[in-house]
Write a protein that binds this ligand. Structure first.
Ligand SMILES: Cc1cc2nc3c(=O)[nH]c(=O)nc-3n(C[C@H](O)[C@H](O)[C@H](O)COP(=O)(O)OP(=O)(O)OC[C@H]3O[C@@H](n4cnc5c(N)ncnc54)[C@H](O)[C@@H]3O)c2cc1C
Length: 507
């Protein structure tokens, strides 16, 4: 691209969220600039758990092979109390899997970051500048000016929109003077990734060791990867705690380290933070730049990937003139309460795991055990993930704001996951052609203007028909990010949904 090109979108930060967002935008053919201050991806242990929504987004980025090689289904989690008894459980959700992927998986983050960058490198309409730091942003009514610095000196670029994916210390967030709401969680933990080459089988569970003497977490990753997260107690020095000889010493409380090869370890300060604003005119922020969560629900990166898939299609529609710029405001409107609920929950689980007072821990064990035995404890982790409650959805319509299922469908090339047969555009999906035949000429004209797809789903199983029955609907209007705009019980309702969507997009 020429040096003077005006980009559609400039992305600051090429971490996992920036790389996912870049790939999603590329599907719309946009001109993209990515600037990243580091020469290579971050090499310390971070995310190890992802959920099916994220796997579906990675599918959209073309990462099926990486998913096959570098993820395994999450085995479920047991919380162990002081006397090592099980006090709380999360079980894996049984099949059929609604989104076409195992509901939760453990994965190897560096492999995904490399795969995302490789996919994006194959896209011709972009410039990626590594070892290049964003140092100034300014905006006017037409676009954003980004100043960067690298070994060659300073350069200035123009873009219609700028999206900050620049992590917890976000330069862009600070430059815009955006403050965090602090949800009051502040703990030091050490994270150790080790390789267990001697294991004959994968440990059957993740464990949360809710032990006041030394709280910790264990997760078996794919292949030989094993993860321990260990709380650093008040009075302990985080820097000294993270020294290699201490890593092995501390691990002894949880496992026999002599059989392990320590791959990498790091000391982190876990926070629960939510930025007050996620948009400033033509500048938007996502990922750790606007939310940070303790990792106890495995939702930090997942939340960032949800941000990316939520914003990508909205920006694309606005940039090609199919939606009013105000539609972009629904990004924060939809994402902020969603993340807020998950950060609050992760904090709650963190407080359960990290209790240091023995008397309080015993009371906690008794209460959780009673809930578990009475069957009143929620043991399905996916049930904690909220639906969209407002924003660009037909609030009040059946299924509005839920995630559209991903059935396997029959195609001429054999069975495929539904999304692999679709463009990243709006979709009206029905189980029979009757519902689609009832669309009025007005609805059809609007639909074609939006580049929407119409589909009678011919599935190999009964996931989609079961979902329609569950909501009592005959068809659904589905957004490009596969959130449901609304379900329709009748032809009139379907036409009304199309009309209200068109209105919301042009508001
Ligand atoms: C121990 C631990 C365990 C975790 N476990 C999980 C888990 O199991 N599941 C989960 O979903 N999440 C988990 N997370 C959270 C997850 O790792 C993060 O949410 C995720 O990595 C954030 O991605 P990001 O792209 O937003 O930010 P980052 O990965 O921080 O990327 C930001 C990028 O921006 C670049 N950058 C910064 N400033 C500039 C600048 N001025 N100019 C140019 N580039 C810049 C940085 O170099 C970096 O590459 C965990 C985190 C930790 C620490």
């Amino acid at each position: 691209m020429s040096d003077n090109a005006i980009y559609d979108v400039a992305i600051v930060g090429y971490g996992p969220v920036g790389a996912t967002f870049a790939n999603l935008l590329a599907k719309y053919g946009l001109r993209i600039l990515v600037v990243e201050q580091a020469a290579a991806p971050y090499d310390k242990p971070r995310a190890i758990t992802i959920d099916h929504e994220v796997l579906r987004v990675f599918q959209a980025c073309g990462l099926e092979d990486t998913i096959a090689k570098h993820t395994v289904p999450h085995p479920g989690t047991h919380y162990l109390g002081i006397d090592r008894q099980i006090i709380k459980k999360f079980d894996p959700m049984p099949p059929p899997f609604p989104l076409g992927w195992t509901p939760t998986a453990t994965f190897v983050q560096p492999e995904f970051e490399a795969a995302l960058r490789k996919k994006f490198a194959a896209y011709g309409n972009a410039d990626v500048l590594l070892s290049t730091q964003a140092v100034d942003v300014a905006q006017d009514k037409d676009g954003v000016t980004l100043k960067v610095k690298n070994a060659d000196g300073a350069q200035t670029f123009r873009a219609r929109y700028l999206v900050a994916c620049d992590g917890a210390n976000s330069f862009v967030r600070k430059a815009l003077g955006i403050a965090f709401d602090d949800l009051a969680f502040d703990e030091w933990w050490m994270v150790v990734d080790a390789l267990d080459h001697h294991a004959t089988e994968r440990p059957p569970k993740c464990f949360q060791y809710c032990w006041p003497s030394r709280p910790g977490t264990f997760l078996p990753g794919p292949g030989a990867l094993r993860r321990w997260e260990i709380k650093i107690l008040p009075g302990e020095d985080p820097a000294a705690f993270g020294q290699p000889d201490n890593v092995t010493k501390v691990l002894k409380a949880f496992t026999d380290p002599s059989k392990l090869e320590i791959w990498r370890s790091a000391v982190y300060r876990f926070h629960a933070l939510l930025a007050q604003r996620w948009q400033d005119g033509r500048i938007l922020l996502m990922g750790d730049a606007v939310h940070q969560t303790p990792p106890f629900l495995g939702q930090g990166l997942s939340a960032g990937v949800r941000d990316a898939v939520n914003l990508a299609w909205k920006l694309a529609l606005v940039l090609r003139g199919d939606a009013a710029p105000s539609v972009i405001e629904t990004y924060a409107e939809e994402r902020k309460p969603h993340v807020s609920a998950l950060v609050a929950l992760a904090k709650e689980f963190g407080l359960i795991i990290g209790e240091l007072d023995e008397a309080k821990a015993r009371a906690r064990d008794a209460k959780l055990l009673e809930e578990l035995n009475a069957g009143t404890a929620q043991t399905n982790r996916q049930k904690f993930i909220p639906d969209l409650a407002s924003g660009l959805i037909a609030t009040g319509a059946p299924a509005a704001g839920t995630l559209f299922p991903q059935p396997e469908v029959d195609t001429e090339q054999g069975p495929k996951r539904l999304d692999d047969t679709l463009a990243p555009e709006f979709l009206i999906a029905a189980a029979s052609s009757d519902a689609l035949k009832a669309l009025t000429p007005d609805s059809l004209a609007l639909w074609s203007k939006l580049r929407g797809q119409l589909l009678v789903i011919e599935e190999t199983g009964s996931l989609f028909s079961g979902w329609l029955n569950q909501h009592g609907i005959v068809a659904a209007v589905v957004r490009p990010d596969r959130a449901v705009y609304g379900g329709a019980r009748t032809a009139d309702e379907l036409n009304a949904l199309v009309a209200s969507l068109a209105k919301q997009l042009k508001n």
